[in-house]
Design a protein around this ligand. Structure first.
Ligand SMILES: C[S@@+](CC[C@H](N)C(=O)[O-])C[C@H]1O[C@@H](n2cnc3c(N)ncnc32)[C@H](O)[C@@H]1O
Length: 239
């Protein structure tokens, strides 16, 4: 999947992306957005320098046969959150499910600094991090290694349906949240067309409302404040 291909600044006054060719088409570079924002506070810079290396995945090395080995304590399953931003959702999930190993992928340094602050404050042991492009991480992950992939209020990025299908276990889940109609339509069209995924919604409330236990993110709150409603799409990997 290539989740649309344009700058959120191109949104029209309703918050919809305004594609120039009528499609939410593929991007050409995978990373979208800023890598650096405001200057890090001293402690944040210290966490980036000293804590991040301990939690970082090194995709320069071959993937371990079992990604669970990345975690000090045993984990029952593995999940990936792509573009976690400030980390609100990822931190809440990791605290709620201590027996799940979470991988958080976020190239934005300030987002990384924020999540490191939370990991340290709550002494969270079940998160590993990747400060780069999700497409590279997915290509590195062993096939059928992840039980779930979450993509919440994404920027446009080059993620293919095939890359996600490859990394997900049979019966694994892909969860997608966006308030941009074009991104939702594109995702729905492409995943519904794929023989490897089924959309699990049975009634409108299944996609109009967040799932139970969902933690609203910064972008989600902003969309709600501005009157844009997100869709909450869940797909099950078949086979
Ligand atoms: C619109 S923000 C949403 C952040 C957060 N999920 C939320 O809902 O508040 C999109 C995030 O995706 C990240 N991102 C952009 N391109 C990416 C890529 N290729 N791989 C992983 N994350 C990416 C950005 O740095 C940004 O933090």
């Amino acid at each position: 999947m290539s989740v649309a291909g344009r700058d959120p600044a191109d949104r029209d006054t309703n918050g919809n992306a305004s594609p120039d060719n009528g499609t939410a088409g593929p991007t050409h570079g995978s990373f979208f957005g800023r890598r650096k924002g405001h200057k890090l506070r001293l402690h944040q810079a210290d966490l980036i320098e000293h804590l991040l290396p301990h939690l970082s995945l090194d995709i320069g090395k071959p993937d371990p046969p079992d990604l669970a080995d990345l975690f000090a304590a045993p984990v029952d399953d593995l999940r990936l959150e792509i573009g976690f931003g400030g980390g609100e959702h990822l931190i809440a999930e990791a605290r709620a499910f201590p027996r799940i190993g979470f991988i958080g992928c976020e190239p934005y340094v300030n987002g990384m600094a924020k999540i490191l602050t939370q990991i340290e404050a709550h002494n969270i042991g079940n998160i590993r991090l990747f400060a780069g492009d999700a497409a590279e991480l997915l290509a590195w992950a062993p096939p059928r290694s992840l039980a779930r992939i979450d993509l919440i209020h994404p920027d446009p990025q080059d993620l293919t349906v095939a890359a996600m299908a490859r990394a997900l276990k049979p019966d694994g889940e892909f969860r997608f949240v966006s308030d941009i109609a074009d991104y939702c339509a594109w995702t729905l069209a492409h995943l519904s067309r794929s023989p490897e995924f089924v959309w699990t919604a049975e009634r409108a409330s299944d996609w109009r409302l967040p799932w139970t236990g969902y933690t609203m993110t910064r972008y989600g709150r902003k969309a709600e404040r501005e009157g844009r409603h997100a869709a909450y799409l869940r797909f099950r990997k078949v086979g």
